[in-house]
Unconditional design. Structure first.
Length: 366
């Protein structure tokens, strides 16, 4: 007829009669009068701070938990952060909760989840808990990047590098990360026909940085691919309007015009173009041979012209020298003495004379 229950110092007994909660039993040895076996006692440990029971709402309304437990009733727009013994333990969603007092140090911080972005000084510790990823959208903006934040499709803010979290099931949060460092795009393998119907194969390169992150995200689904297409179109427009010779002799002008055409479109997408240039120009095989032959012919003509100029200059110099010697006998005499000096320095001189007048002049000279 009597039922004995032993409840330890850190335990509490929940008494149910015919399945309905009636009271709490404190620590100690208790005797319950139960001749019909309709009483059931559930013993719970207060070292597990949270009281979990299907009839928690009935237990709370009975007032039995007064001075023994704290009750938390979270609305749909609320969340709660729980620390146990100074360590972060869990996040509570909307609902009714109760935790025992006096055994464990429990601290509860209620948060308004209508503020979609969750900011907290202990954010790094909070997101390490396993269930945080179930309740929070967690993202990290890396170094040298910025994050563009959209909530329910509307731009909200531009985020600096760091860790961020947003409540799930409250709003649709999306962060688009953009690299703010200098970037390059290779536009390679472009086959373009010039105005005189010569097909060239070209490679170009564009260097850019993102100046307006919000515009870069909103202007195109893939701003890098959009810039690639703009460079393609500008390259075809610039090269297609020139003949081959004009293009080859004015590559700097081509690069400047190409950069000017691309820069305007890039600015509209939130980008700043630092440079655009033509990296490689590949001619067709037959055109390359033809250009080589033309270049070879030009160089040969230039070499021939230079040779003729040198011969003409040499003949003009000889004529001037002969005229000068004819007009100055003394100078002629000095020239003759120079010749004899060179002959005498050789150490041996053989003179063969075949003309009498020449022999007399040589004898007189000696």
């Amino acid at each position: 007829m009597f039922k004995g229950i032993v409840i330890r110092s850190y335990e509490v007994g929940l008494v149910f009669r015919e399945g309905e909660f009636t009271s709490l039993l404190a620590a100690g040895k208790r005797w319950l009068f139960d001749p019909l076996h309709k009483v059931h006692v559930r013993v719970v440990s207060k070292r597990e701070p949270w009281l979990a029971d299907d009839q928690l709402d009935v237990i709370v309304k009975s007032g039995a938990l007064a001075d023994k437990a704290e009750v938390i009733d979270l609305k749909d727009s609320q969340r709660a952060l729980v620390w146990i013994d100074g360590r972060f333990a869990r996040i509570l969603v909307a609902g009714l909760y109760a935790y025992w007092t006096g055994v464990r140090d429990v601290r509860v911080e209620v948060i308004d989840a209508r503020e979609v972005r969750f900011e907290h000084k202990d954010l790094k510790s909070i997101v390490r808990v396993g269930e945080a990823s179930r309740l929070l959208d967690i993202c990290k903006v890396e170094r040298d990047c910025v994050g563009v934040l959209f909530i329910d499709g509307r731009f909200v803010a531009q985020l600096d590098p760091g860790l961020y979290a947003f409540w799930k099931e409250v709003a649709d949060s999306r962060v688009v990360e953009l690299d703010m460092r200098e970037s390059q795009i290779d536009v390679s393998g472009q086959e373009i026909m010039t105005a005189d119907k010569v097909t060239l194969r070209m490679n170009a390169i564009v260097t850019y940085v993102i100046k307006d992150a919000r515009r870069a995200v909103s202007a195109a689904s893939d701003v890098r691919q959009s810039l690639y297409r703009e460079v393609q179109l500008a390259l075809r427009a610039v090269v297609g309007g020139r003949e081959l010779d004009s293009f080859l002799t004015g590559k700097d002008d081509v690069a400047q015009e190409l950069e000017q055409n691309v820069r305007e479109q890039a600015t509209a997408m939130g980008l700043e173009v630092l440079s655009v240039g033509v990296k490689d120009v590949i001619l067709p095989g037959d055109m390359k041979d033809l250009m080589n032959r033309v270049t070879e012919a030009k160089k040969a003509a230039e070499a021939n012209l230079i040779s003729r100029r040198e011969e003409t200059a040499a003949m003009r110099s000889q004529a001037n020298t002969a005229k000068l010697l004819a007009d100055n006998p003394t100078l002629m005499r000095l020239r003759e003495l120079e010749v004899l000096e060179k002959i005498a320095s050789a150490g041996k001189m053989n003179i063969v004379l075949g003309e009498k007048g020449l022999a007399d002049r040589v004898v007189n000279l000696l």
